[in-house]
Design a protein around this ligand. Structure first.
Ligand code: UN1
Length: 510
């Protein structure tokens, strides 16, 4: 599929407005930004950027829409989301290809990401009839007590380049059934996917009479991002990105007593025990470490291998790494495409230098891949690093296909190493033994938000709550009861008697 077809099917042009507030805002004097494909370095389109005045227009419109949308019954809100699911189904291949062209993940993963939006929409439709509150027994006679969940307000959704559609879907589709309107500020590295998703959403929302439900704001974090974070009309900010940025956003939003959902850095490890099925483990490690060119929050960054199988596992990983097909991510045979841009490649290069300085042994990879077909300069070799001891750099999340291999002599030691980093997103163990598996899942096991057995660290389904502990920020998105953060809880007590008994048996006055 070429970019012409994709642009045509998704309604994109060479100049795309980057602001949507119930209608597309395109001022002729707006600043523009080129979107460069990491595949070949070609400019895909120019995108116009929001000014601070545009922010105000978006925020005002989103808030107005909220005041109407909150009064629509939740199951009726679900119908809009059901139509959204169908609209995304209809362009799954094209939107998946756009993700590939814009940020470089392979076609299968690009389409998988769109599927994640569709799955999330299906989940949200069901949820629209299940926004349950509890009812309690009142201690007072002729009293009824229960809780209900009301829409919250305008939700700010700030997303990263690596999942340019799915993470918006996690938030937007829950927010929509919960009765919230929203403002999406996508990463400036992936504005086209955001524009395409918003175009799809806008059409459906308009058909349901709420054109400004899902708004878009592409612009610099310094100006429009800051406005969003500090805006009291936005009671919830959902942020996906780095830990330092998340820390800053959290403190700004907390200062005005707003809520945040933070999905920040990961530093995910797989423990491979001596009784593991190594076929499974190698396949999971490959997908986790090399998938999306190591640029998922859930990417596998560390392998903690039991000393008894270390030698054979390393040999098998070296064999597997030698066969990874790196190249054009639009080619179905490719397993790893480019990194998102040259800046990301720069970080990879710096990390490789640091690894060498700290005494890590590069077993394979460790270099930028040149050549005529790789003119964009964004292709790198996936890298295996043997670390005799914990290198300081292993504490950091380097967003690149670099995998550290360390040994452990026991399960306890492996868990200690696994938990020794600041981040706490995803984790996994490969073992056939119930004792090791259950210990890993027990309170003294993995300290992460996600803990898997005989499954890698990445590729979670939407049905579970997604997120992590410690420096990962503590937020939860997508499935389970993640919806509750998008609503406000109201506890209600109704007196249907003729008396006014007080709680705690207090007698007041006569
Ligand atoms: C992310 O990297 O920010 O579990 C999200 C996964 C995907 C989502 C990753 N479903 O790998």
């Amino acid at each position: 599929m070429d970019s012409r077809t994709v642009f045509g099917r998704l309604g994109l042009s060479k100049r795309c407005p980057g602001v949507y507030a119930g209608e597309w805002i395109d001022r002729p004097d707006a600043d523009t930004m080129p979107v460069v494909s990491p595949i070949d370095g070609n400019v895909l389109a120019d995108v116009t950027l929001a000014s601070e005045a545009d922010y105000e227009a978006v925020a005002r419109t989103a808030h107005e829409t909220f005041t109407n949308w909150r009064m629509v019954p939740a199951p009726v809100r679900g119908r809009l989301v059901r139509d959204l699911a169908d609209a995304f189904r209809a362009v799954k291949a094209e939107l998946g290809a756009l993700v590939t062209m814009e940020m470089g993940k392979i076609r299968a993963e690009g389409e998988g990401e769109v599927q994640e939006v569709i799955d999330m929409a299906d989940f949200a439709v069901g949820l629209s009839r299940q926004l349950y509150g509890l009812s309690m027994h009142s201690e007072r006679p002729s009293h009824r007590m229960y809780e209900q969940w009301h829409p919250l307000g305008v939700v700010g959704i700030v997303t990263a380049f690596n999942f340019p559609a799915a993470v918006w879907g996690w938030n937007a589709l829950l927010a929509a059934v919960c009765g919230d309107s929203m403002i999406w500020k996508p990463a400036s590295k992936t504005p086209l996917t955001a524009i395409a998703c918003t175009r799809i959403a806008a059409k459906v929302c308009a058909a349901h009479g709420h054109p400004a439900l899902m708004n878009l704001l592409i612009g610099p974090g310094r100006t429009v991002g800051e406005r969003l974070i500090n805006d009291r009309r936005v009671p919830l900010v959902s942020f996906t990105g780095s830990t330092p940025q998340g820390r800053r956003i959290a403190s700004s939003v907390a200062a005005r007593l707003g809520r945040t959902i933070l999905e920040l850095g990961g530093n995910n490890a797989i423990i491979v025990m001596d009784d593991a099925d190594l076929d499974l483990a190698v396949r999971a490690i490959l997908f986790g470490a090399v998938g999306t060119a190591g640029q998922r929050c859930t990417s596998t960054r560390r392998i903690i291998m039991h000393r008894r199988i270390a030698k054979v596992l390393v040999r098998r990983l070296l064999d597997a790494y030698a066969q990874i097909r790196i190249g054009d991510p639009l080619d179905p045979k490719t397993v790893m495409g480019p990194m998102v841009d040259r800046e990301a490649v720069g970080e990879y290069v710096t990390a490789i230098r640091t690894i060498r300085e700290q005494g890590g042994e590069i077993l394979c990879g460790g270099r930028v891949l040149g050549g005529r077909t790789r003119a964009s300069g964004c292709f790198v070799a996936p890298t295996l690093v043997r670390a005799k001891k914990n290198l300081p750099i292993m504490r950091e999340e380097t967003f690149a296909p670099i995998l550290y291999l360390v040994e452990a002599g026991s399960l306890d030691e492996a868990i200690r190493i696994q938990n020794s980093v600041d981040q706490g997103l995803s984790s996994a163990i490969f073992t056939r033994g119930v004792e090791a598996a259950e210990t890993f899942l027990s309170p003294r096991g993995s300290d992460c938000g996600i803990a898997n057995v005989n499954i890698g660290t990445s590729g979670a389904e939407i049905g579970g709550a997604f997120g992590g502990e410690k420096d990962t920020g503590g937020g939860r998105e997508a499935g389970s009861d993640a919806w509750k953060v998008y609503m406000r809880r109201q506890t209600t007590t109704i007196n249907h008697g003729r008396d006014l008994p007080l709680a705690q048996g207090i007698r007041f006055g006569s």
